[in-house]
Design a protein around this ligand. Structure first.
Ligand code: PA5
Length: 419
């Protein structure tokens, strides 16, 4: 992974190569703190050493429980919201369904969506559930779990509990409930905030059930861990420095843009990681996402000509993900000049043209990955988590708490009559 580069046709000099290098130098202290892992955040750093929750013993445990379930099931319903489902869902949606389908639940309060979920389940033969929650107070997964338990009880009778695996925090009320009810259990890492759990059972277990190569994911993450922890010529430091410099220069929005729509869920994962970690104490960049080329027809005008609040980070895949060559039907429709070209090539030209146009207006950060596979996702997860930690230190906020989320919850619980 060659990784990070910048494109900017600099008029104002506020983002010159020279300024950037000087800022990287100033930020080396932050890098060293993150490489080491700060003592004051020790209880949040279970993700920092990939082997802590993705070591050989753990992988064997995830794989052995997964293979037990794979013998029986055709569908796994994963119940979870936010950090409890985004990483697994990002990989699943990007790489496509393997042999076992995952259906995602517990991330909405919409009755329409819940009805659609149960309609979908009617077509399935043998269903298992993995309910994932750190606190098990969150409404969406909590009530989806109850609704799905009722469904399983009707479908399987007394044996329904053998279809349930929970990933809960050990020694909590929910953990005891799971043990009493005879569900299978996996520990939710006590020392990782949800949005940093990509290399832990939260993400690796459901992916292993679905048939993904979780060892390749771990390989990618470990390789990235070594790279980021052992060098000052460091892409995570460069990325964190660039984005925080741009914030200091007045930008308020970072747009993560991709030309591969199946990366949509990865963008959502990234948005939560940076939004929840950095957006506090009146600070932080608003993380937003764009799916090109479609969004060029909705956001393109604003980006090229609207208020100068945005800079853009492109996540670009170098190798074509697929191939489809445009043929001919003999109709003169005005598109013959691209006859015989591959959609991948045309998409890539759209990418080059977009960078060329946008970089005349604002700096474009470019993260290039070779191809989309499990190994790459392992690297990307670790890269962004590490870079997010550095960004938060530069910004001066605690990356690992999210008190702000409680405000609406408190009102909602009161309105719903929670004691
Ligand atoms: O990053 C976090 O810890 C949170 O955003 C959680 O992922 C999210 O709130 C879901 O929490 P829970 O797993 O307790 O339902």
């Amino acid at each position: 992974m060659s990784f990070l580069s910048f494109r900017y046709e600099d008029h104002s000099n506020f983002f010159s190569e020279e300024c950037f290098k000087a800022r990287v130098k100033e930020n080396i202290d932050y890098l060293e703190k993150v490489q080491e892992g700060e003592e004051k955040y020790a209880s949040f750093l279970g993700w920092h050493r990939v082997d802590e929750w993705a070591g050989e013993e753990w992988l064997k445990r995830y794989e052995s429980l997964a293979s037990e379930i794979r013998k029986e099931c055709d569908t796994l319903v994963v119940i979870g919201v936010g950090g409890s489902n985004q990483a697994a869902r990002a990989v699943y949606e990007a790489l496509g369904k393997k042999d076992i389908e995952i259906i995602w639940a517990g991330n909405t309060l919409s009755a329409h969506s819940v009805n659609k979920l149960f309609e979908k389940l009617e077509e399935k033969k043998n269903i298992y559930i993995n309910c994932i929650a750190k606190n098990f107070e969150t409404l969406e997964p909590g009530i989806a779990f109850r609704a799905l338990r009722c469904y399983l009880q009707k479908k399987y009778g007394e044996d329904y509990n053998s279809h349930i695996i929970v990933t809960f925090t050990e020694n909590t009320y929910s953990w005891k409930m799971a043990e009493e009810q005879g569900y299978k259990t996996l520990p939710f890492p006590i020392n990782i905030p949800g949005r940093f759990t990509s290399l832990s059972p939260v993400c690796l277990f459901p992916l292993s059930v679905a048939g993904f190569d979780i060892r390749a994911m771990k390989r990618g993450a470990i390789e990235m861990e070594h790279k980021l922890k052992n060098s000052t010529d460091n892409p995570a430091l460069a990325y964190a420095t660039a984005r925080t410099m741009l914030k200091d220069s007045g930008k308020t929005v970072e747009l993560l843009s991709v030309f591969e729509p199946s990366l949509f869920r990865f963008e959502k994962w990234w948005k939560q990681l940076f939004g929840e970690s950095e957006g506090k104490d009146g600070k932080g960049l608003l993380p937003m996402d764009a799916l090109y080329s479609e969004d060029l027809h909705s956001l393109g005008q604003f980006l090229q000509d609207g208020s100068p609040s945005v800079f853009e980070t492109f996540l670009h895949i170098k190798d074509p993900v697929a191939s489809f060559v445009l043929g001919s039907d003999g109709v003169e429709d005005g598109f013959s000049y691209i006859e015989g070209m591959d959609f991948s090539y045309i998409n890539n030209m759209a990418y080059e043209a977009t960078i060329s146009a946008h970089s005349k207006r604002f700096p474009c950060l470019i993260i290039e990955i070779k191809k989309m596979d499990e190994e790459t996702f392992g690297s990307l997860f670790y890269f962004f988590q590490f870079a997010c930690y550095i960004s938060c230190l530069i910004t001066g906020v605690n990356p690992f708490i999210q008190d702000g989320v409680e405000a609406y919850k408190n009102d909602m619980f009161r309105m719903l009559g929670k004691k």
